[in-house]
Design a protein around this ligand. Structure first.
Ligand SMILES: *[C@@H]1O[C@H](CO)[C@@H](O)[C@H](O)[C@H]1NC(C)=O
Ligand SMILES: *[C@@H]1O[C@H](CO)[C@@H](O)[C@H](O)[C@H]1NC(C)=O
Ligand SMILES: *[C@@H]1O[C@H](CO)[C@@H](O)[C@H](O)[C@H]1NC(C)=O
Ligand SMILES: *[C@@H]1O[C@H](CO)[C@@H](O)[C@H](O)[C@H]1NC(C)=O
Ligand SMILES: *[C@@H]1O[C@H](CO)[C@@H](O)[C@H](O)[C@H]1NC(C)=O
Length: 426
């Protein structure tokens, strides 16, 4: 128990904090959809505290940390010139929900920033997939896969290994997410094999990420996997990652490493703790850094967030937001008040850095406020505002033209018929 205490000094407090435990349970009842409630009742004996799974966490796993190379030293990053000569794969995963806001920022601040980077897209097909027409102008589009999701088998091992707490679609939702991430790695590997080379770097990022400033070259650190700091939910923030090919193989093998996590005797992992366990089991050292993006979300959250609540930042925040959930809102709350609320969040859970007016909170209880488009346009600037408008006014013929153009350029094209993708704007 000694090691555990050292690494997670606050842990004993979590277990004794009955009042908070009760509040959390109460909160879950309100924020989770009905389908999840069924799950909740069947597992209600295990849901007490979001840190519950740590009870079962094999302590020897924590010992690993002391055997890893010290991540504070020896983290020489690549120079910009070196980077621009290296082979980079950018793996973009997720549904296109608000891609009219996030896509243009990814194109400008990630892809155009590293024009040597090859883009790989892996996305479940839905009525918003037409929004990927934003990608027609990216420097190097190598692979696009838009697939019709199928239900994944929930093995007994997966059910005991994973927890559906805080996952809006339960264990199936987690498996779908893992499959999506690993699918990108599969595409990258097969392209490498066809062309007989290996990427120096893989940048894994999400379709729903809004980038407020360019992806920094300091985030490319040989031999270490780099993830955003904060929002760690009892593990490691898994909303973004950069690593060389070998470390990325471990980080992105989210589905195929589940049996290995199971054999290690782990239980009730959420996405973040499973991610951390993956890296630890394979001795991959990681570094956390602040990264200038946030996850644009339509989900609603309790406000102000309690100790285990989820903060929703305003897109107008100065940043870097390091992958916090966000939306365009006219924040009426001061940075100082926001900072106080964020510092009331549990450090090992949803807490994130908010010093110096980095972060302003939105009231995330309802839908996006009226006039959010204007809020977005004023913070994003003319170029991104125009791109947003272009997608909202996209015509069927333009959509088809954009997709046909991408299809011509991509080496791997695994997408439903273009007319079907563009059908929602017909
Ligand atoms: C932790 O794992 C080790 C080796 O895999 C095993 O010997 C030990 O019994 C496990 N401990 C617990 C508490 O499960
Ligand atoms: C792949 O590349 C290596 C080294 O660049 C070369 O030795 C090998 O012959 C190549 N293989 C094929 C099948 O082109
Ligand atoms: C990556 O892994 C391969 C095979 O395990 C190894 O041969 C190679 O040296 C590793 N490369 C780096 C940069 O660590
Ligand atoms: C990780 O490191 C430990 C201790 O050095 C070693 O026993 C273990 O085999 C390593 N695991 C892997 C997958 O390299
Ligand atoms: C806050 O600002 C001070 C002074 O400009 C700076 O030294 C410090 O690093 C900043 N902190 C964060 C978290 O940005």
């Amino acid at each position: 128990m000694k090691t555990l205490h050292k690494l997670l000094p606050n842990i004993s407090k979590h277990f004794s904090d009955l009042k908070c435990r009760f509040r959390f349970r109460f909160l879950l009842l309100f924020i989770l959809p009905i389908s999840f409630l069924l799950f909740f009742f069947s597992f209600s004996t295990t849901i007490n505290n979001p840190f519950h799974y740590l009870n079962n966490f094999n302590l020897s796993l924590f010992d690993l940390k002391s055997r890893l190379p010290n991540t504070k030293t020896n983290t020489r990053s690549f120079t910009v010139t070196e980077l621009k000569r290296s082979r980079i794969a950018v793996c973009l995963v997720g549904g296109a929900r608000r891609f009219e806001l996030t896509g243009p920022s990814i194109v400008k601040r990630v892809l155009e920033e590293y024009p040597n980077a090859d883009l790989f897209v892996n996305s479940p097909f839905d009525s918003k997939a037409y929004k990927f027409s934003v990608l027609k102008s990216v420097p190097r589009i190598v692979a696009v896969r838009i697939f019709k999701p199928v239900e994944l088998r929930e093995s007994d091992a997966a059910v005991t290994l994973l927890t559906s707490n805080n996952s809006p679609n339960g264990i199936q939702g987690l498996l779908q997410y893992f499959n999506l991430v690993e699918g990108c790695l599969t595409m990258i590997k097969s392209y490498q094999q066809q062309n007989n080379f290996t990427y120096n770097w893989i940048v894994r990022t999400r379709v729903d990420g809004y980038w407020s400033s360019p992806l920094q070259p300091e985030l490319f650190i040989p031999g270490h996997y780099v993830v955003p700091s904060g929002s760690s939910y009892g593990g490691l923030n898994d909303r973004f990652g950069i690593g060389d090919f070998n470390t990325s193989v471990v980080a992105l093998s989210r589905l195929s490493m589940l049996p290995e996590l199971d054999s290690a005797g782990l239980h009730e992992l959420n996405s973040e703790s499973a991610f951390q366990a993956q890296l630890k089991l394979r001795n991959v050292s990681y570094v956390t850094k602040r990264v200038p993006f946030c996850i644009v979300s339509d989900r609603t959250y309790d406000f102000p967030p309690g100790r285990f609540g989820v903060p929703v930042a305003s897109l107008t925040s100065k940043g870097p937001l390091s992958g916090v959930k966000c939306r365009p809102c006219m924040s009426v709350f001061s940075s100082r008040w926001s900072e106080a609320v964020v510092n009331g969040l549990d450090r090992g859970w949803s807490w994130t850095e908010s010093k110096n007016g980095t972060l302003k909170l939105c009231d995330g209880r309802g839908e996006w406020e009226r006039g959010w488009e204007g809020v977005f346009d004023s913070v994003a600037g003319v170029e991104l505002a125009e791109a947003r408008e272009k997608v909202s006014g996209l015509l069927f013929d333009e959509c088809v033209k954009d997709f046909e153009y991408m299809k011509q350029r991509a080496a791997i094209w695994d997408v439903p018929p273009v007319a079907e993708v563009c059908e929602p704007v017909r």
